[in-house]
Design a protein around this ligand. Structure first.
Ligand code: SAM
Length: 257
């Protein structure tokens, strides 16, 4: 089968890497694994050994050929675009306890997929995802680095981000231009102080809208007035740019709005 570049098809060939990804997921029989982009089933086949419920979303109908034999009463493949499909409706057929995501993601839509998953109206306990190495660096970046940005803050507010291991480009067919990395995102259970996700989102979108501008210049006067006492009390430079503030500080700030 010829891989479609437009669908980000780089199929995993390395059995060790496949095993390492599957071993990074700790699920019980009554849990549900959501796989995105099963492709020819390299991960799906081994994920099935976990005996949990499994639902996979694949856009390319040609994959019926590889995936049909994997379907049974605990495993379902949905042929649809992950960005358009109603995930909650699709997973409701299973009496699952916890949800986990596992995916070798199609790189052209990594960020929209992650954004969709973290804003879904159900809790996803952890996600083990393969992304481009540069994206993994952005996800786990520290403040004041060039990789740190809107997506870092958005993700780190809800999840602990761990870089697990690097995967060389030669582990795929066709061979992509860049190396990849597997990251594990674990839902922050305790101490999650985030009160209003919408306000938080609006705040960080504005704060990072112009990277070179200061926080003050990126925010409306009204927002700035509301957060000013916090900045003063916490000795934060009033000329700071968004990239200097941690996800925790943004959470505190959004709770003031
Ligand atoms: N899991 C397989 C593996 O590791 O070998 C394939 C991974 S490949 C990087 C990405 C997969 O995502 C492809 O099978 C591709 O067809 C699928 N895909 C691309 N865009 C998609 C979308 N919008 N919704 C669902 N699947 C998509």
């Amino acid at each position: 089968m010829k891989a479609k570049k437009s669908l980000g098809q780089n199929f995993l060939q390395d059995e060790n890497i496949i095993d390492k990804i599957v071993e990074s997921v700790d699920v019980k029989e009554n849990d549900l694994i959501i796989e995105i982009g099963p492709g020819q089933g390299a991960l799906t086949r081994k994920l099935k050994n976990k005996k949990s419920f499994l639902i996979a979303f694949e856009i390319d109908e040609r994959m019926h050929e590889c995936l049909d034999t994997l379907e049974d009463d605990r495993t379902k493949i949905v042929y649809n675009d992950i960005l358009n499909v109603d995930i909650i409706k699709e997973i409701s057929i299973f009496p699952y306890k916890n949800i986990y995501v596992v995916a070798n993601l199609p790189y052209y839509i990594t960020t929209p997929i992650i954004e969709k998953l973290i804003t879904l109206n159900v809790k996803i306990g952890s996600m083990v995802v393969m992304v481009q190495k540069e994206v993994a660096e952005r996800f786990s970046a520290l403040p004041r680095t060039k990789e740190y940005g809107y997506m870092t803050v958005k993700l780190n507010a809800l999840y602990n981000v761990k870089k697990l291991f690097i995967v060389k480009n030669t582990c795929f067919n066709p061979v992509p231009k860049v190396d990849s990395a597997v990251v594990k995102l674990e839902l922050k259970k305790e101490n999650n102080k985030l009160v209003n996700k919408e306000k938080f989102d609006k705040l960080i979108s504005a704060a990072f809208s112009h990277k070179r501008k200061t926080l003050k210049n990126n925010l409306s006067n009204e927002t700035w007035e509301k957060i000013l006492p916090y900045l003063v009390n916490n000795n934060i430079n009033l000329n700071a740019r968004a990239e200097e503030l941690s996800a925790d500080i943004f959470i505190d700030l959004s709770n003031l709005l």
